[in-house]
Design a protein around this ligand. Structure first.
Ligand code: PGA
Length: 251
């Protein structure tokens, strides 16, 4: 199994108008040969910007992704976006099961698993998000919660090439708080073990990202933790200079 290539993914969430496309251009321009040698970059803008963002990224090597897809291939789902639509708009990846959707929109592990399968049907790389709430961590249940989410959200058939997991403790998202490197190592090690139990040697090549308040000033420490193969970046991905600085912090 070749060594895992670092993936730095930006999740713009419900932020970004056409006036923000200059940031996408700056990310493309900043993805120079030195950075290409160190990390893959993926930007997930809101769906309304996918096509113009893809035009700005063309030829740069920076990847384009969606933030969500519907489990169904198409049909009567007002407001839904199918994996095929993402693919048609130029995306090669999609975030699924983000905690903001699990919590605010009651997305269950079963729904997340169905979305992964829908993404696979169109050749998209799913980034499956898992992570405990503050209450769950305080109750000593972080490992148990993440174990359940990985077991129940990740379908059979995973390979190093078709699955990325993102560990995002809910209490660290958008708060400026991060877990200790030891806590991150414990959860990432747990996720790796679960993947190995199910997928054997393929699990050695699967990337496990850390997400939650990753910034230029803490990225080097978080990215150096064993079994951390990149970052899922929210707020700091909206500014090209911060996003690129995080990518340059790759060890
Ligand atoms: P944050 O968000 O970097 O703003 O904490 C991370 C995420 O939710 O993916």
């Amino acid at each position: 199994m070749p060594p895992r290539r670092v993936l730095i993914a930006g999740n713009w969430k419900m932020n970004g108008l056409r006036s923000a496309l200059g940031e996408i251009e700056a990310i493309a321009a900043g993805y120079d040969d030195a950075l290409k040698a160190r990390a893959d970059l993926l930007v997930c803008p809101p769906a309304t910007l996918l096509i113009p963002a893809g035009e700005r990224l063309a030829g740069s090597g920076v990847l384009l992704g969606g933030q969500n897809c519907h489990p169904s291939p198409g049909g009567a789902h007002t407001g839904g976006i199918s994996a095929e639509m993402l693919q048609d708009a130029g995306a090669c990846a999609v975030i699924v099961g983000h905690s903001e959707r699990r919590t605010n929109l009651s997305e269950s592990d079963a729904v997340v698993m169905a979305k992964v399968k829908a993404a696979w049907c169109r050749g998209l790389l799913p980034l499956v998000c898992v992570g405990e709430t503050a209450e769950e961590r305080d109750a000593g249940a972080a490992v148990e919660v993440v174990t359940r989410q990985v077991r129940q959200s990740v379908p059979d058939g995973c390979t190093a090439a078709n699955m990325v997991i993102a560990y995002e403790p809910v209490w660290a998202i958008g708060t400026g708080r991060t877990p200790t490197p030891e806590d991150v190592a414990q959860i990432h090690g747990t996720i790796r073990r679960i993947l190995k139990e199910r997928f054997g040697a393929e699990a050695d090549g699967m990337r496990i990202l850390y997400g939650g308040s990753v910034k230029p000033d803490n990225a080097a420490v978080l990215l150096a933790v064993p079994d951390v193969d990149g970052a899922l970046v929210g707020g700091a991905s909206l500014k090209a200079s911060d996003f690129l600085a995080i990518a340059r912090a790759t060890p």
